[in-house]
Design a protein around this ligand. Sequence first.
Ligand code: MTE
Ligand code: MO
Length: 386
Amino acid sequence: MTMEHMRRNILKGGLAVAGLSAFGLPEWTLPALAQGDTLVPFTDLPATLPAPSADRRTFDIRTIEGPLTPKDSFFTTQHYGHPDVDPAAFRLTVTGLVDKPLSLSLDDLRRMRATELVAGFECSGNRRPLQGLSGNGRWTGVPLRAVLDQAGVKAQAREIVFFGADHGDEEVEFRTQKFKVNQQFGRSLPRDRALSSEPLLVYAMNGEPLTKHQGSPLRLLMPGWYGVANVKWLSEIHAQEDQYLGKYQARWYRTLKGEMIGGEMKWTEAAITSMQLKSFIARVSRNGATARVLGVVLNDGTAIKGVEVKIDDGPWQPATMDKATSDKYSWKLFTYTWNNPTPGEHTLVSRVTDATGLVQPTEKDLENKKTFLEDNSQYPRKVMIA
Ligand SMILES: Nc1nc2c(c(=O)[nH]1)N[C@H]1C(S)=C(S)[C@@H](COP(=O)(O)O)O[C@H]1N2
Ligand SMILES: [Mo]
């Protein structure tokens, strides 16, 4: 389908998402480097990042040029490489505890009422100093619920499993035994989440069909959740009563942390679900005596109260939120003007507070989080003023 077709389909279907103009996002007010601006080097990150490998690409956050991340710089990562899926032969099947199993072509999906949503996400492994496993896109697709309603999810189904077309060899350990199996990438959502209005089955980003990296021709998008929920090369949706305990659901994507419960340290392992409240500084540029700090906020969609920036041992100062990235699930960009920076190395850190009063934790606050996923700690970034 051409972009023009897609555009017409969207206009025909009307936009199901409130507050989003069809193709006019609010004007981008934070251009890339303006004339006369120079980049202030980060001393905790090399000037250029290592070249991407065939199936992994980190996004150099210093190159953010607008609210949306271009398709060819959007970060990408996966566990089993990229499967080849022929869009013409593609079928999405819906199986298991449903009244009417389905087999849908891409055209079947495209003929359904389209929805657009701006959403950013990061990999749950995104962390300092790169912070390069995050991006923001304008996604087009159909609500998952529309497909599930068409199939009719039976009352006893508690869990909806999403399988990608990608396979890999795995060794499954059971006590003293090890079994070699070849399995598909799979992730699940609890019934209520899957049937909520939020998840989308998307076939385009920023107005263009998904690239192979992004899961062409179809992926799940769970707004406000870490990247692992967004199953790429989606091929089958399976409704079942039991919990799904696949490797990337039950084992690899877990956070081990200690919490004081009833006056005692309790060690818990929790699944990776919605994004933890986070901000980080992405770029510092300078024009004469004025430096400008640009940063990113990611979270689960809860409204943001504000971001503050601290320079060296100075006080926390309010940053300015960018109006072009105010959609609920968009990443949120912020700027801070730093006047008269003095030559030498400086430490810059940001912290975000959401509307419920939750404040982004410090590294110290997270000391009882043992596994490295979900690192949303405040990150003191080092920069060098010439
Ligand atoms: N089928 C499939 N989908 C997948 C994965 C995968 O290995 N296979 N990796 C997940 C992880 S861990 C992340 S962070 C995102 C990355 O999405 P992107 O490559 O579009 O940035 O895809 C998710 N979807
Ligand atoms: Mo990830």
